[in-house]
Design a protein around this ligand. Sequence first.
Ligand SMILES: [Zn+2]
Length: 61
Amino acid sequence: MTARKTGCPICGRPPDPKFRPFCTKRCADVDLGRWFNERYVVPETGDPDEDDDAPGETDEG
Ligand SMILES: [Zn+2]
């Protein structure tokens, strides 16, 4: 039975001690960007102050 080591969470390759647990700085940046984007998730666009003044349907004819 071979001991399965945890690889890079991004690509699964063996991690580099310099960028643990990632294999490269690139992968580290990718992971960082992922959770960073989640923090800045755009809120729902539901403004209660929305004033939509619809004139209605004009029935001509
Ligand atoms: Zn990687």
